[in-house]
Design a protein around this ligand. Structure first.
Ligand code: ATP
Ligand code: SF4
Ligand code: MG
Length: 391
C-alpha cells in the first residue's frame, strides 16, 4: 500500500519539536542580549536628518510561535518628520500595531522580539556631535529602565480601546496625576490635581472638577477616549502614537476626537503617528502616508502623492475599495480578491503577487527594491523597475 502524501500545512511531531527547540534557543539568546550591561554610547547614534523626530530603518520584529517564526514587521523604513502627522495604513494583520509596540518597547517578550534595524528617536538632552550631527537614542538597543524615562514623557500612546486601556479601579483623575508625578516627583497633591483638571479641560470634558473623581465605567466611550488623550498629553510628548484612536467610536464622536487631535497637535507641536484602516481619516489628518502589506511597506509618500497618484497595485486596490457617494448604488463595491498570505516563514518575494492583476514575469523573483518616484514618494513594485522590458 502506498503512503499518503504529507500535507504541507501540517507539521510532523519531529518538525514541531525542532521549531520549539530552535525558538527556545533564539529567545534565550535575544533575552540574554537585552540583559547585557550597556553604556550610553551603546544605544545612542545620530539622526539622518535634524527635521525628523523619529527614523525607522530596516526594522524587523517577529514572534517565535510553535508553528514557526511570524515576521510581523519585515525590514521596514520610514521617517516621522517634526510637527507632522504620518498615517500608517494597511489591512488587518499587516503589522501596524506591532510597529507601534516596537517603538514603545512593548512587544510581548520573550515570544515577540525586535531582531534587527534601528528606531532612532531624536532627543534634545543628548545634543550634537562635534561634526554638528544630532545625537539620538536607538530604541532597539535601549535598556528598559532608560526607555521608561522616554515613555509617557517624550513618546506617548493612545490605544484603540479605552475601556481596556484605562485602569477600572482608579479614578480618571488619579490616572492622569500618576503620569504627572512620574515627570514631576516633587509636585504636591494640589498641583497634580490642578494639572489633571487642566488636562481634562483641554480635551473638552465638561465639568472637569466633578469628572476627575469618576471611574472609567462611569464615562461614555467618547469621554474615555478623551481621557486617554489627556493622559497621553500630560507629559507634553514630542511624538504621539495613536493606534486606531477612533475605531471603537461612532462617527460623530470620531469626528470630535479627530478635531481634538488636530487641535492638540497644533497647540503642542507634537508629531502624530496615526494608525488606521480608514482612508478617510488619513486623508483628513495626515501629511504623509505609509502603506503596509504583510509586514512590509509597499508605498509611502505625502498624502497628495498617495491619494492623487497611487502607484502600487495594493494602494490602488484599497482606494478602489473605498465606498463613494458618487458611485452607482446598484454597483457592487470593489474588493481586492484573495487573502493576506500566511505570515509564517514568508519568502523574500512580492507578497501581493497572489492577488495582483498586474503581475509580470519579474514578480516571481526576489522582493522589489525601493523605487524613488520623488524626494518623498517611493514604491516597492517591479512595475517601476527601470530595466523592465514589457511595460
Ligand atoms: N503576540 C503575538 N503572537 C504571535 N503573533 C502575533 C502576536 N501579535 C501579533 N502577531 C501577528 O503579527 C501580525 C501583525 O499584527 P498587528 O497586530 O500588528 O496587525 P495590525 O496591522 O495592527 O492589524 P489590525 O488592523 O487588525 O489591528 C499578525 O499576523 C499577527 O497575527
Ligand atoms: S511586484 Fe508584481 S505582483 Fe507585486 S504588486 Fe508589483 S506588479 Fe503586482
Ligand atoms: Mg492593530
Amino acid at each position: 500500500m502506498s503512503r499518503k502524501p504529507k500535507n504541507p500545512n501540517v507539521l510532523t511531531l519531529k518538525e514541531s519539536r525542532e521549531i520549539i527547540k530552535s525558538n527556545l534557543r533564539e529567545m534565550k539568546r535575544l533575552e540574554k542580549q537585552k540583559r547585557e550591561k550597556r553604556t550610553l554610547s551603546d544605544y545612542t547614534t545620530v539622526m539622518r536628518s535634524d527635521n525628523n523626530v523619529l527614523e525607522i530603518e530596516n526594522l524587523e520584529t517577529c514572534f517565535f510561535t510553535d508553528n514557526g517564526v511570524v515576521r510581523s514587521v519585515n525590514k521596514i523604513s520610514f521617517d516621522v518628520p517634526k510637527d507632522s502627522v504620518v498615517g500608517l495604513v494597511g489591512e488587518s494583520g499587516c503589522g501596524k500595531s506591532v510597529t507601534s509596540l516596537s517603538i514603545m518597547q512593548l512587544v510581548q517578550a520573550p515570544q515577540g522580539q525586535v531582531i534587527g534595524g534601528e528606531i532612532r528617536f531624536s532627543s534634545d538632552e543628548l545634543g550634537y556631535t562635534e561634526d554638528g550631527e544630532k545625537l539620538c537614542y536607538d530604541i532597539t538597543k535601549m535598556p528598559t529602565l532608560d526607555m521608561c524615562r522616554i515613555r509617557g514623557r517624550d513618546i506617548s500612546m493612545i490605544f484603540q480601546e479605552p475601556m481596556t486601556s484605562l485602569n477600572p479601579v482608579f479614578t480618571v483623575g488619579y490616572q492622569i496625576e500618576e503620569v504627572f508625578y512620574l515627570l514631576n516627583p516633587e509636585a504636591t497633591k494640589e498641583e497634580a490635581r490642578q494639572k489633571a483638571i487642566e488636562m481634562l479641560t483641554l480635551v473638552g470634558i465638561p465639568m472637569p472638577e466633578t469628572i476627575i473623581d469618576y471611574y472609567p465605567h462611569q464615562l461614555s466611550g467618547g469621554m474615555r477616549q478623551r481621557v486617554m488623550i489627556a493622559i497621553a498629553l500630560t507629559g507634553d510628548p514630542k511624538l504621539i502614537i495613536a493606534d486606531e484612536p477612533t475605531t471603537a467610536l461612532d462617527v460623530t464622536i470620531q469626528s470630535q476626537i479627530l478635531k481634538l487631535l488636530q487641535k492638540v497637535r497644533h497647540a503642542s507641536g507634537a508629531s502624530i503617528m496615526l494608525i488606521t484602516h480608514d482612508l478617510g481619516v488619513v486623508a483628513e489628518m495626515a501629511d504623509y502616508v505609509v502603506v503596509m502589506y504583510a509586514g512590509k511597506i509597499v508605498e509611502k509618500g505625502t498624502v497628495y502623492e498617495i491619494f492623487d497618484n497611487p502607484r502600487h497595485p495594493y494602494t490602488i486596490g484599497i482606494q478602489k475599495a473605498k465606498p463613494s457617494l458618487a458611485s452607482d448604488a446598484a454597483e457592487e463595491l470593489y474588493s481586492i480578491p484573495g487573502n493576506v498570505p500566511n505570515p509564517i516563514n514568508i519568502p523574500d518575494e512580492c507578497l501581493f503577487k497572489g492577488r495582483c492583476d498586474r503581475k509580470c514575469g519579474k514578480c516571481e523573483g526576489t522582493y522589489p527594491k525601493e523605487i524613488k518616484l520623488s524626494d518623498t514618494h517611493s514604491v516597492f513594485c517591479h512595475l517601476y523597475d527601470e530595466d523592465r522590458e514589457d511595460i
